[in-house]
Design a protein around this ligand. Structure first.
Ligand code: BDP
Length: 334
């Protein structure tokens, strides 16, 4: 007969044997599953670059980190996603600096109309020391900006008529991204601005809740807005950088080696995104033209700049501590 003691002893032997086998198989540490937010459809340049980023991170960390991108904004609207990434509920994302302004005031500088003369100037400045200052401001709000994507130039479009002079904006209702600076921007031109989530713009254009919006060619095309708003006017008032950002809490949990891998993958993704962007912008332009969109130059960009001047003056008055940064960006383009 087996006594209690012997039963316990034999169980103990079994356990020792099992853990011996487990140790021999040497199971890998559990992979970190990362959730990534993206507003665009899978074929969009940013989406393709985010997929490359995820693949490179998974491969180079040998599966220690497994990022997964959720496209099409299924994880929520951009302002909410920014908050979720700040809190660590999401691990990474591609954010536009427009809706970042209300959370990270310094990034509002990037939303001052005509602050960058061109995409090339924007890349050069964001890749350099000045870009580092924006990364620091983001880090203070728990967002680690690892690289900068491009988003071309944003222009006004509407359902009614070409905008050639600021007077043509008079009375039109435009959707803007969530940022008071953009409300002022449309106000100064004599229109009415409605901040609204990107996902609601198509329906709002269709039902006449708004007359227009503003965006770059790829977004104007991929969102389908061009099907409803047929007048695209090349105001090119905003050249906004976007970040590939990782949540600070996610970043801090990583080893230095993995941080290096993730940073490199983000830089590679930005290079890919910028290249794909040029191709897609061209394609989107052709596609909307074929569908009957009327694209027009504006007569005099300086007239738009002049109208928007009070935005600069008010901004610097309200944020005196940011004046140097505004001036440094301007000086870097002289
Ligand atoms: C696109 C940006 C995206 C913005 C969207 C918008 O890439 O991040 O959410 O515009 O207008 O160009 O909301």
């Amino acid at each position: 007969m087996l006594t209690n003691k012997t039963i316990k002893f034999s169980n103990c032997l079994k356990l020792t044997a099992v853990s011996g086998i487990l140790a021999a198989v040497s199971l890998p540490a559990q992979a970190e599953q990362w959730r990534g937010w993206n507003i665009h459809p899978p074929s969009y340049p940013n989406s393709v670059a985010l997929e490359s980023f995820s693949e490179e991170v998974a491969e180079k960390t040998e599966g220690r980190i497994e990022p997964k991108v959720y496209h099409n904004g299924v994880l929520g609207a951009q302002p909410d996603a920014i908050e979720q990434t700040r809190s660590g509920a999401l691990d990474f994302a591609n954010f536009n600096m427009g809706p970042m302004g209300p959370i990270v005031p310094a990034t509002n500088i990037l939303s001052l109309p005509f602050i960058f003369n061109s995409t090339e100037d924007m890349y050069r400045i964001m890749d350099g020391e000045i870009g580092g200052r924006f990364a620091e401001a983001l880090a203070e709000k728990n967002l680690v900006a690892l690289s900068w994507f491009g988003s071309g130039a944003r222009s006004l479009y509407n359902t009614d008529h070409p905008v050639k002079t600021p007077d043509d904006v008079d009375g039109l209702k435009f959707r803007v991204m969530n940022n008071d600076l953009y409300v002022q921007m449309i106000d100064e031109l004599g229109g009415n601005a409605t901040p609204m989530a990107y996902s609601e713009v198509y329906q709002s254009l269709k039902t006449g809740v708004i007359d227009g919006a503003e965006n770059n060619y790829p977004s104007y095309e991929s969102s389908g807005h061009y099907e409803v708003a047929k007048y695209y006017s090349l105001t090119e008032h905003l050249v906004l950088p976007e970040c590939l950002c990782v949540a600070k809490s996610t970043w801090d949990e990583m080893s230095e080696e993995d941080q290096g891998i993730v940073r490199k993958a983000a830089e590679n993704a930005a290079q890919e995104q910028r290249k794909l962007w040029e191709e897609r912008a061209q394609k989107s332009r052709e596609l909307v033209l074929e569908s009957g969109v009327e694209i027009n130059e504006v007569d005099d960009k300086a007239a738009f700049q002049e109208k928007m001047k009070p935005i600069y003056d008010d901004f610097v008055e309200e944020n005196p501590q940011l004046e140097t940064l505004v001036k440094d960006i301007q000086a870097a383009q002289e």
